[in-house]
Design a protein around this ligand. Structure first.
Ligand code: SF4
Ligand code: SF4
Length: 106
């Protein structure tokens, strides 16, 4: 959802269209980098990841990109917006996403 709303303001040409689809509250919310509220963050073991895309499909904010070609970084989460809900870690069939504390505790 955030990808469609990112950068949209009441002055944008597509504001009317996205306002109809998502409503004004979602648009105002998307312009705030809500990742600062997070207390846990997802960490991916890229060696175990099969690049199946399940995490991206279930992320409620649609902020996960899966690079099927990359040998190094398979999955990228936009941490500016990730709320640390842990859904991606729960749905990963390989269990290769771990939620870690933003304060460094495990
Ligand atoms: S769900 Fe797990 S295995 Fe699938 S792309 Fe995401 S991190 Fe990789
Ligand atoms: S922790 Fe939640 S918001 Fe963050 S990437 Fe995973 S599913 Fe998306």
């Amino acid at each position: 959802m955030l990808k469609q709303l990112e950068g949209v303001t009441p002055q944008s040409s597509d504001y009317k269209k996205v306002k109809y689809l998502y409503g004004p509250v979602a648009i105002a919310f998307a312009s705030t980098k809500t990742g600062s509220w997070r207390i846990m963050r997802p960490e991916v073991d890229h060696n175990q990841c099969t690049r199946c895309g399940t995490c991206a499909k279930y992320c409620p904010l649609d902020i996960i990109d899966v690079d099927k070609e990359s040998k190094v970084q398979s999955v990228t989460m936009n941490l500016d917006y990730c709320k640390g809900c842990g859904i991606c870690a729960n749905v990963c069939p390989r269990k290769c996403i771990k939620m870690v504390s933003e304060r460094g505790e495990r």
